[in-house]
Ligand binder design. Structure first.
Ligand SMILES: Nc1ncnc2c1ncn2[C@@H]1O[C@H](COP(=O)(O)OP(=O)(O)OP(=O)(O)O)[C@@H](O)[C@H]1O
Ligand SMILES: [Mg+2]
Length: 261
């Protein structure tokens, strides 16, 4: 029987010296799902991803992942990556002095952990896979360019492609459009929609504050506030939710208007 849930975050509490960044958080993800997570600064969004990746340990609760429903709560960060959870970090990790396609090749090999084959030829299957990812992130034309010579947005897409090359079952993206121009943000929405349409048994979590961007990619949206889940629904549903307006969107609007004057 095919299980429906790829990730269970159950009753997770995270304490930083007594400050509870997550409080009995429950969060579930289905297979083949793109989920957007929004919420005010300090809500605990990044902390939730840190727990899923094994970077931060909860004092309570558990995280269950994958078709074998393994508990990954105590697993090492590396073990979690190997199991199929990929995260794109904000800090650049690309090889600037290598062409785009070589960056993808390296991360494909890294996932396999086979440095002995570093100089072995890629199989034609690997080549197809890399081409598919180049298409996915819109960098076919730029595949021979040095990663370091690309624009900020393009570099972010290379990073995204590198995570995709590792073929994660669950992909975690924390503020993927931070620092991007409007055009780059629009292109990123298209890329994420392309990924979402070809997920199969995979899933993706996207955290962001940019509501124009969120609207373009949103299917189901989860709103975090004060370390717990405030509500879930479609973009329109959460936008209309009184609690979300009071705790997040209303304040956010006020802040944005303030910063314009
Ligand atoms: N390593 C840490 N030590 C102490 N406090 C932390 C640590 N990491 C996060 N926090 C605190 O936990 C709370 C949640 O932080 P988190 O980064 O998860 O929020 P967020 O929802 O991602 O916010 P933002 O939208 O600003 O990125 C915040 O109050 C933050 O200051
Ligand atoms: Mg954050």
């Amino acid at each position: 029987m095919r299980k429906e849930t790829i990730l269970y975050v159950e009753n997770v509490t995270v304490s930083f010296d007594g400050f509870l960044a997550l409080k009995d958080l429950n969060f579930y993800m289905g297979y083949n799902e793109l989920r957007v997570v929004i919420g005010p600064n300090g809500a605990g969004k990044s902390t939730m991803l840190d727990v899923i990746c094994g970077r931060t340990r909860p004092v309570k609760g558990r995280v269950i992942f994958g078709k074998d429903e393994l508990s990954i709560t105590k697993m090492s960060e590396h073990g979690i990556v190997q199991l199929g959870i990929g995260r794109k970090f904000q800090t650049p990790s690309l090889f600037t002095n290598l062409p785009v396609h070589a960056n993808f090749e390296l991360s494909l090999r890294k996932k396999r952990g086979v440095f002995s084959t570093l100089f072995a030829k890629l199989t034609s299957e690997d080549d197809d896979k890399i081409h598919e990812i180049l298409e996915m992130v819109g960098l076919v034309e730029k595949r021979h360019e040095m990663a370091g010579s690309l624009s900020h947005g393009e570099k972010q897409w290379v990073e995204l492609g590198m995570v995709l090359s590792q073929d994660p079952q669950l992909l975690l993206l924390d503020e993927p459009v931070a620092g991007m121009s409007i055009e780059e943000t629009d292109e990123t929405a298209k890329i994420i929609n392309r990924i979402a349409e070809s997920l199969g048994n995979k899933s993706i979590v996207v955290i962001d504050h940019d509501m124009d961007f969120v609207e373009k990619i949103a299917r189901k949206v989860s709103v975090l506030h004060d370390g717990t889940l405030l509500c879930e629904g479609t973009f329109k549903e959460v936008q209309r939710d009184e609690r979300v307006i009071e705790k997040y969107l209303g304040r956010k609007k006020g802040k944005e208007e303030e910063s314009k004057t």
